[in-house]
Design a protein around this ligand. Structure first.
Ligand code: SF4
Ligand code: SF4
Length: 448
């Protein structure tokens, strides 16, 4: 055990400790959101190739039925979140920006909306590889926000061995508490999912990291694995961005992922707790991913809480259902306040990777209300908090001079995972993380 555990809790070096602000939702049991009259299912709601539609306009579908298939290995299928009728396949706005093709489903009025489709399978008989395929067939993507297909993470390249499955139960972003509620309410599904994931990647051990601001979640998980040596539940000091892969591996295993490398290179695969809950619930039933739990919080939300939301539910419908009456998209963030993104329109759907809907105070999205950016005073705070040991001040100076290639070649810009710690602490309000996002995307465009 790391010496850090004797100095106030196991964790990773640097990072920040923003106020948790989870009280609005963390004690509220998960509720089901009602079914919207019309669902919008983008064919691209995951990293990789878009899914291919299996349905045509006018076709009737049942809840759970595949409506789009994976287009090759780096892709996942999409399942109908409601029983209803296909209205068409059209270009629709998404939270990611440009319009993309989406299947539009009209929800059957008055239907009980029970799941009516499943695939028969004997899970016990499947090899690790077959399990990975079953995970792809279920359309599972990472539930922490990145929407990376889970089967791609589990397909460990030849020549590598994974000894530990690392499970992220940190939920270190302020406001979000959906994972917390899952750990308390869906403990058995999570542990079933962990066991399946261990088989899929061939890991003999698993460790679940949970921050110390969720003692009830730690207790529930520890009770569920009592007497099971292969799965450990470890309490970590609450700190941001502990949920990111490299930080979590450092905190739990005291190993470092090399610059530009991936966790399997040091014997680990990392997954989110919500992904484990999906895996443990869906695979034994032979069902696909059609809904997820989302935290809805912030001022002006009359009924904040954690909601089980069908994938494809329009954001505008969800906001109306929780009693938010505003109409300003710049107040809405999908995900948490540190790594989430604002939306351009309210008419975008909730997709598989959306972990939260955060409503900001009035005027918060208005740029004219933001404190002005001042020159860098070389205080060094950004360097002190960067969890991957970069020099954000120097990177910021280079970004201002548009020396994007130098940022990458000499200052490891690509190791920046856009956690926002540097921007958070900067007394000059320099939007460092925005600079780095722009620089990375320009470098990427230049290289492709
Ligand atoms: S946004 Fe990038 S540079 Fe800034 S603290 Fe996070 S990893 Fe470091
Ligand atoms: S925190 Fe801001 S002001 Fe301080 S060194 Fe970094 S960029 Fe400069």
């Amino acid at each position: 055990m790391s010496v850090l555990s004797f100095l106030g809790g196991l964790t990773f070096p640097r990072g920040i400790e923003p106020p948790g602000r989870k009280d609005q939702t963390r004690k509220q049991a998960i509720r089901r959101l009602s079914f919207a009259p019309r669902m919008v299912l983008p064919l691209t709601q995951h990293f990789g190739r878009p899914a291919r539609p299996l349905v045509t306009r006018g076709q009737e579908v049942v809840r759970g039925e595949p409506i789009a298939e994976a287009d090759g290995w780096p892709s996942v299928p999409i399942h109908a979140p409601v029983t209803g009728t296909v209205e068409g396949i059209e270009l629709m706005p998404t939270a990611r920006g440009p319009k993309t093709e989406a299947i539009l489903l009209r929800t059957a009025p008055g239907d009980s909306q029970v799941v009516r489709w499943s695939r028969e399978r004997t899970l016990e008989a499947l090899s690790g590889e077959e399990l990975v395929e079953a995970i792809r067939d279920a359309g599972i993507v990472g539930q922490g926000g990145a929407s990376f297909p889970t089967h791609l993470k589990f397909a460990v390249p030849e020549g590598y061995t994974v000894d530990t499955l690392v499970v992220n139960g940190c939920e270190c972003e302020p406001f979000l508490s959906a994972d917390h509620r899952l750990m308390v309410e869906a403990t058995d599904s999570i542990i079933d999912g962990v066991r399946l994931a261990m088989r899929a990647v061939g890991a003999p051990e698993a460790v679940i990291g949970v921050e110390d601001n969720k003692p009830d979640a730690v207790a529930a998980l520890q009770a569920a694995v009592a007497g099971e040596d292969a799965i450990r539940v470890v309490q970590l000091k609450s700190k941001y961005p502990q949920g990111s892969e490299k930080m979590l591996i450092k905190a739990l295993l005291d190993r470092e992922v090399p610059s530009g490398g991936l966790p399997y290179e040091i014997g680990a695969v990392v997954n989110n707790i919500g992904t484990m809950a999906q895996l443990g619930y869906l695979l034994p039933r032979g069902e696909g991913l059609i809904e997820r739990v989302i935290t809805v919080a912030g001022p002006g939300v009359e009924r904040p809480g954690n909601y089980r939301v069908p994938v494809g539910t329009p954001l505008r419908y969800l906001l109306e259902e929780v009693g938010f009456e505003g109409d300003d998209p710049s107040r809405i963030i999908l995900g948490g306040p540190m790594m989430g993104n604002t939306v351009a329109f309210l008419d975008v759907p909730i997709t598989k990777g959306v972990s939260g809907v955060l409503v900001l105070p009035e005027g918060a999205g208005d740029e004219s209300e933001q404190p002005p950016t001042q020159p860098c005073i070389r205080c060094g705070r950004c360097v002190e908090v960067c969890p991957v040991g970069l020099n954000p001040a120097e990177l910021g100076r280079l970004a201002a001079k548009r020396q994007y290639a130098v940022m990458e070649e000499r200052f490891h810009l690509n190791d920046c995972f856009e956690c926002g710690c540097c921007s958070y602490v900067c007394p000059s309000n320099i939007p460092l993380v925005q600079y780095f996002r722009i620089a990375k995307s320009l470098n990427w465009e230049r290289a492709s």
